[in-house]
Design a protein around this ligand. Structure first.
Ligand code: AMP
Length: 196
């Protein structure tokens, strides 16, 4: 099994090379072709399984070659994860001309705002800070085509459900939803029913 055989485009394969990956992990081999085909998906995978590339590579692949602008949204529960996911995606996107921005609390909003203005195809965001940017009209979600809820179980544990609802009402109806979670308790199943 190779990344090429999963159907990824050349610029994204060059990003995989830049990341130094040779063989897809299990979750990547399963998820990438399905996401490329436009399916919605629930991924069960912990940190270490390679889940970031499992959603990040096909997301960038589907956005590659399209009109620039914010088209991919990844919602994560913590700042640390936000930084880590964005770092990985920037490597995957490095040969595809796509720009990845972050939105997380604890840093000046204006720094993030100027990054959005320079151009942003994918934003990796924590719920609270994303809502702040949306309310200030620093960002618009109206062209978003793909959404990932990463570590959905942790997001619910941390009480982010009301914020997630507020974000989702601002998204276009027509979109591809992906949900990744380490565990699948009843609450996450509720989220799946509501959003996928
Ligand atoms: P994640 O589960 O997405 O947090 O990834 C865990 C670690 O594995 C990160 O350091 C990734 O860069 C790395 N990784 C992800 N996919 C692969 C792969 N196919 N081959 C080698 N390393 C990988």
């Amino acid at each position: 099994m190779s990344f090429r055989s999963l159907g990824l485009k050349e610029p994204i394969l060059r990003g995989v090379l830049a990341a130094g990956y040779e063989t897809p992990t299990d979750i990547q081999a399963h998820a990438i072709p399905k996401i490329l085909a436009g399916l919605e998906l629930i991924g069960l995978g912990q940190t270490g399984s390679g889940k970031t590339a499992a959603f990040g590579l096909p997301m960038l692949d589907r956005l590659c070659g399209g009109e620039p602008g914010l088209r991919g949204l990844i919602v994560v529960p913590t700042r640390e994860l936000c930084v880590q996911v964005a770092e990985n995606l920037r490597v995957y996107a490095s040969q595809a001309g796509l720009h990845v921005c972050t939105a997380f609390g604890g840093v000046d909003m204006s720094i993030q705002e100027s990054a959005f203005k320079r151009g942003c195809d994918v934003v990796v965001a924590c719920p609270g800070r994303l809502i702040d940017h949306l309310e200030r009209r620093n960002l618009s979600l109206e062209k978003v085509q793909m959404v990932v809820l990463d570590e959905a179980d942790r997001m619910l544990d941390m009480g982010f459900m009301p914020q997630i609802r507020r974000i989702f009402v601002r998204l276009p109806q027509e979109r591809q939803n992906l949900l990744f979670s380490a565990t699948m308790p009843e609450e996450v199943e509720g989220l799946v029913k509501d959003f996928l």
